[in-house]
Ligand binder design. Structure first.
Ligand SMILES: [Zn+2]
Length: 259
């Protein structure tokens, strides 16, 4: 632990959190998951704009978290409210980097864990907002996790290969059984691909831990939504993706203690 690395963790975490917001906003429209009258642009162009008035945001207003607070959550040009999702995702970017640094130190394993965490933040919010876990984000993470484990970073490659296959198959089986029993899709294909990601990164041993942690997070979210007065019945479609993303990050932080 050093002051230098903590500075890197906070600056990199917030900047990548800021870029994660761009992925969350533009990704679903780029990948054709949502219909848009006006295209939102690609990941590189145009430069950041206010989603309301589409005026480009000057560089000095793009300081993660700080700009949001200084502008009291409003666009300086049109005064439209800026979603609190922006500073929250930036803050989560810092949390992810901090957790990876605390667990793995300033190592390549720590960097890899942070990369997984940042992708999971994007996946969780996109699933929350659109109901999709985009293939463009889940699928590349499977070979990436396997390659990292081939390099000997988290778990033995055999555990990772079994984990990827088992995660996908078990989720598809549960999903199919649920569909048959209840008549609607409760566990989507995106969830199965995410389970494959968990296996590929953390090995089959930590899959149940990730699923359990994901279930606890989802349950807590349901309970707090109820406490805030939302009605949730057995028919309400509750996305499991965001909870499972949290479980996936939790699992990769545990690889050292589990093996
Ligand atoms: Zn505006």
């Amino acid at each position: 632990m050093s002051l230098f690395y903590w500075t890197v963790v906070i600056i990199a975490g917030s900047l990548i959190g800021s870029f994660t917001n761009v992925v969350i906003h533009r990704g679903p429209s780029m990948w054709g998951l949502v219909d848009d009258a006006t295209p939102r642009g690609s990941l590189l162009a145009p430069r950041s704009y206010c989603p309301h008035c589409r005026r480009p945001i000057p560089a000095w207003q793009m300081v993660p978290i700080v700009s949001y607070l200084l502008q009291r959550g409003r666009c300086s040009a049109c005064s439209a409210k800026i979603s609190p999702r922006y500073p929250l995702v930036e803050f989560t970017g810092i949390l992810v980097a901090s957790a990876a640094y605390v667990v793995f130190g300033a190592t390549l394993a720590g960097l890899f864990a942070a990369v997984l965490g940042w992708c999971l933040v994007a996946l969780a919010v996109i699933d929350w907002e659109t109901g999709f876990l985009p293939d463009m984000l889940t699928l590349p993470l499977i070979p990436l996790g396997l390659a990292i484990n081939l390099g000997g970073y988290f778990v033995p490659i055999a555990d990772a290969l079994i984990g990827a296959a088992a995660g996908y198959l078990v989720f598809r089986l549960i999903g199919a059984a649920f569909h048959k029993l209840r008549g609607f899709e409760g566990l989507g294909q995106g969830d199965a691909k995410l389970a494959a990601v968990i296996g590929a990164w953390s090995g089959w041993q930590l899959l149940p831990v990730a699923v359990l942690a994901g279930s606890v997070v989802t349950l807590l979210a349901i309970l707090s939504a109820r406490a805030m007065g939302k009605t949730i019945s057995a028919k309400t479609e509750i996305p499991f993706g965001p909870g499972l993303c949290a479980g996936a990050f939790f699992a990769v932080l545990l690889v050292r203690t589990a093996t």
